[in-house]
Design a protein around this ligand. Structure first.
Ligand code: 3H9
Length: 707
């Protein structure tokens, strides 16, 4: 019993009964209030389920209580099942037991929602007879992002409220629907004023009693699904419209099947379909990888020697040097987050071009309905241009985004050191250069850090934050926090050529090029990597980016396949031909011209082209990446294996249902990767030299995840 606390927490004379360590019950007038408090997100752990079960039982048995409110303490309503408990033995009350007790309660049950009611959290709320939420609350069924489907009746109840089409959209995107929209959809019954959730929910519960409102069971509401039954095309159309987006993933299709079941079967039979498909996904490799990715992303935010309470540098004014594609994209991130940003260029026309590209980008988003015209102006209003570096004097953070040339970067940092105020963060967007060398020209190397954005910088989620030898903890902590504010997923890495992402990419690119000189065609390599789950293969990617990036006509001497293609003006999609031939709609076709160029190269090298299996293509491209990841860990350039996976998921399109290169290495088995690397090394040399760490974990029977 925590009566003393109760008087402070709850108004009036209500007596609080502790149900267990995370749940308590007060009876306020004739309303029983069950309060759940299980930080950080009130996930449905065994303790929480048991607390809810016992709470509803006690509330049901309390003769004074005529209605029941379920509310949560802390930052949020229940954010879902406790993912950390998946795969373990089931303890305590089950979720269906809790839900049955709520739904079948003879006393009206009201769920009071703040923060996020997600997954199992929303599924619990859907078993209440009514839902009240504050406007800032959001609801959703995001299980698909964990490679799952809602497994506690959500797939059957949601369509009964919002109809099949909306349910499909919500469940396959995992979107969090704001309370106002949820009210319009019928998912929420009443909005409470911000900060007044508790009293509003209690008042609502009293009203239910006073007005003898019906005890609404969503499961019995068949009007919407019956209407959907008359329109069976919904599902085929939805599958077709989203085929590209869902490619490779199991969970979206399984979610669709559940909604089909909701429409075509009685509730309990639909529930059985949901149960079966949920278990299939839960025990499968895709969900394991996606759940791993969820925690990997969060682990990456933790820097062992930079404590959570490290002082942060306020960042209200940002400067960006360079109005090119990168500089412009970087600037947009800050404007999007409401932070004023000044772009400095050397020439007026370059500056104007850069600013007008930014405007065009915003206007394109507005034309698609992503922004209002007002928001475009608001954001443009936060971006100013200048030709004078002295305008950076009052900035809290300056990000240099100019050519990848050490002499230019050093010159800029020497000037920044002289111009910028004390305490400013001086960042470089270099993707490969040595940041210690850049920092060495300043008298404040502790202020220098790498902020490596990926192109297009306003879209790509990854931010590699590069810690140099002298970068201070405050600068690291501030950069990590700022990344979150501008919607990026940050990963802290160390200084080495290409840092983590590009260093690993180099391995794949090298092997792709070598494979082509041994007899595989670019489309063979691309197909294998596409089927593995990458959005596109390396050659299709080159064609998209333009083969002439970094190619200099005057210096080209036909030494590489790329040289020859560029000399023939086959510079990629933009010229209608590159490695592939393109039709007027930019559809790619394998090119006989490219094939001939490649075969000529092979003949010239005195080799015979050989038939290369898909298996070899995959192993040759992927295993050296895993091996390079091991070298990066060995050298301490990434904090943990999962950080490497986060880099590859968000920066390079590694399919999340395969976790990331290091996770994949663990699934294949480090021993197999090592064995293949040795075999390739024997046949093809030291490009395949196994890392000492790979050898070590195999010898010790460990995995990368164990490190
Ligand atoms: C489900 O419900 C299945 C059911 O249908 C069927 C059951 C039969 N479990 O993200 P944050 C931790 S599946 C365990 O940094 P934010 C997280 O790891 C679930 N832990 O905060 C972190 O820990 P740490 C469906 C969880 O404010 C801490 O909480 N639900 C869970 O940026 C803070 O998290 C979802 O998929 C969990 N479910 O965002 C929702 N959720 O501090 C998943 C979070 O040690 N969660 N943690 O690193 C989220 O989307 C976000 O966490 C949320 C808060 C939006 C709630």
């Amino acid at each position: 019993m925590r009566e003393a606390a109760c008087k402070d927490i709850y108004r009036g004379t209500a007596i609080m009964t502790a149900i267990n360590e995370v749940t308590d019950l007060t009876v306020e007038g004739d309303v029983a209030v069950i309060t759940l408090n299980s930080p950080p997100v009130n996930a449905l752990s065994a303790k929480v389920r048991q607390g809810l079960y016992d709470g509803f039982k006690a509330a049901g048995a309390d003769a004074a209580a005529k209605a029941i409110v379920l509310i949560c303490d802390g930052r949020t309503f229940i954010a879902g099942a406790d993912i950390t408990e998946f795969g373990g033995a089931m303890k305590g009350a089950s979720l269906p037991e809790v839900q049955d007790m709520m739904e079948n309660s003879p006393k009206p049950v009201v769920a009071a929602i703040h923060g996020t009611a997600l997954g199992g959290g929303l599924e619990v709320a859907l078993c209440a007879h009514y839902r009240v939420a504050v406007p800032s609350a959001k609801v959703g069924l995001p299980e698909v992002n964990l490679g799952l489907l809602p497994g506690a009746g959500g797939t059957q109840r949601l369509p009964r409220i919002v109809g099949a089409q909306k349910a499909l959209e919500m469940m396959t995107s995992g979107q969090h629907v704001p309370a106002k929209a949820a009210l319009a959809m019928g998912l929420v019954d009443e909005l409470a004023e911000e900060g007044k959730l508790r009293e509003t929910a209690i008042a609502f519960a009293k009203k239910c009693v006073a007005e003898n409102k019906p005890l609404v069971k969503v499961r019995d509401n068949n009007t919407k699904v019956e209407a959907d039954r008359a329109n069976p095309d919904i599902f085929a159309n939805f599958r077709k419209a989203n085929a590209r987006k869902f490619r490779g993933f199991l969970a979206p299709e399984y979610n669709i099947r559940c909604v089909e079941a909701a429409v075509n079967l009685p509730f309990d039979e639909g529930l059985a379909v949901e149960r079966k498909l949920f278990m299939e996904l839960m025990t499968g490799s895709q969900s394991a990888a996606q759940r791993y990715a969820f925690f990997a992303e969060r682990a990456a935010q933790k820097i062992p020697d930079v404590p959570d309470d490290t002082a942060l540098i306020p960042v209200n004014k940002v400067g960006v040097i360079g109005a090119g594609t990168m500089g412009g994209g970087i600037a947009m991130n800050f404007a999007n987050a409401g932070i004023a940003v000044t772009i400095v260029e050397v020439k007026q026309d370059a500056l104007e071009r850069g600013l007008s590209t930014i405007r065009k980008n915003y206007e394109r988003t507005a034309a698609r309905g992503g922004l209002t015209a007002e928001q475009v102006e608001e954001r443009m209003g936060l971006i100013s241009g200048s030709l004078d570096m002295n305008d950076l004097a009052d900035k809290d953070l300056v990000i240099e985004a100019v050519f990848e040339r050490m002499d230019i970067k050093k010159d800029i940092f020497t000037k920044l050191d002289a111009i910028c105020k004390a305490g400013a963060i001086l960042a470089t967007n270099t993707s490969a250069l040595n940041i210690d060398e850049i920092a060495s020209v300043t008298k404040r190397p502790e202020a220098v850090i790498g902020l490596h954005f990926f192109s297009p910088a306003n879209v790509m989620k990854l931010l590699e934050i590069v810690r140099a030898d002298h970068t201070s903890k405050e600068v690291i902590a501030t950069s990590m926090k700022l990344a979150k504010k501008i919607g990026k997923v940050a990963v802290l890495v160390g200084v080495c050529p290409g840092f983590v992402g590009n260093r690993i990419l180099f391995q794949r690119q090298r092997e792709a090029q070598k494979l082509v000189l041994e007899g595989a065609m670019p489309w063979d390599v691309d197909r294998v990597l596409y089927d593995f789950g990458f959005p596109m293969g390396p050659f299709a990617m080159s064609d998209l980016a333009g083969l002439d990036i970094g190619w200099v006509k005057e210096k080209s001497n036909g030494e590489t396949i790329r040289d020859v293609l560029c000399e023939m003006d086959r510079r990629g999609q933009k010229t209608g031909a590159g490695y592939y031939d393109y039709d007027e709609n930019r559809n790619a076709k394998p090119s006989p011209v490219t094939e001939k160029i490649i075969n000529d190269f092979i003949v010239k090298s005195g080799r015979n082209p050989r038939k290369i299996s898909d298996e070899e293509i995959l192993e040759r491209c992927i295993y050296p990446m895993i091996n390079e990841g091991a070298k990066i860990l060995e050298e301490g350039k990434a904090i943990r294996a999962s950080d490497i996976d986060v880099v590859w998921e968000y920066g390079y399109g590694w399919p999340v249902y395969r976790g990331g290169p290091m996770w994949y290495g663990d699934q294949v088995g480090a021993a197999k990767v090592l064995e293949k690397m040795k075999e390739f090394q024997g046949a093809m040399g030291d490009d395949f030299k196994p890392s000492a760490l790979l050898e070590k974990i195999v010898a010790e029977g460990k995995t990368f995840a164990d490190l």
